[in-house]
Design a protein around this ligand. Sequence first.
Ligand SMILES: NC(=O)c1ccc[n+]([C@@H]2O[C@H](COP(=O)([O-])OP(=O)(O)OC[C@H]3O[C@@H](n4cnc5c(N)ncnc54)[C@H](OP(=O)(O)O)[C@@H]3O)[C@@H](O)[C@H]2O)c1
Length: 239
Amino acid sequence: MNERRTALVTGANKGIGFAIAAQLAARGFTVLVGARDATRRAAALSRLTGDVHGVELDVTDEPGVTQAAKEIRTRFGALDVLVNNAGITGDGTQVPGSGGLPEIRRVFDVNVFGVITVTEAMLPLLRPGARVVNVSSSVGSLTDMTAPAGGSLADMPAMLGYPVSKTALNAVTAQYAKHLRHQGILVNAICPGYVATDLNGNDGPRTPDQAATLAVHMATLGPDGPTAAFVDDNGPITW
Ligand SMILES: NC(=O)c1ccc[n+]([C@@H]2O[C@H](COP(=O)([O-])OP(=O)(O)OC[C@H]3O[C@@H](n4cnc5c(N)ncnc54)[C@H](OP(=O)(O)O)[C@@H]3O)[C@@H](O)[C@H]2O)c1
């Protein structure tokens, strides 16, 4: 059985998830690199050092996630950290009036139901005192999206998929925090800022490494750390 602290990161084959996996491994964690594609998973593992292992994980595949949880129990025993990082933005049909229900559902399937699917499957594996970090976005803040100037997506049309899915993810975070606080399990949502990854055509000013630092901080909070918080590098974000 594994004596090291063990962390599972979803969507860890690239971008912010990869950087989170690398930083956790550098801190001595056994890191389970959750990735849905075998080739991309193997490529990520080959670029990581430390005690890192691949786990097949498509967050929208409930039987597959259940299987992954069984495997993790058998091979690693339990989890000290779960980082729900996998996410997608969706395409332009999520603009109101564009008939984009299938796309909106697809975005929710990954960003919201995917997080619930993975967290439900991993709940029995979470050690007392474990940490759960959900990678959200300030664009899901109701305060941000109702700002008179249009908030952080002011230059984009209204969208029913991505930002709304992150609002829902924030609420999911709060509900798991409520459920788990009596076991000393802290559940928080973070906004990584605008980060250069494939998600945005590698356009952001921040690096995945910079973004990962906050996720790792929240994944390694002491017992007095917050739960049900929504934070970025500058501290709490208004919901
Ligand atoms: N980049 C930003 O500026 C920014 C800002 C705010 C929040 N975020 C959030 O940060 C998180 C990571 O995004 P990123 O910027 O690092 O994007 P990214 O480089 O596109 O990485 C997204 C990751 O999610 C994985 N993924 C997508 N669908 C999946 C599924 N069904 N099952 C399992 N994994 C799946 C991708 O795997 P594949 O390679 O197999 O597709 C990839 O590993 C997301 O939740 C995103 O919403 C990003």
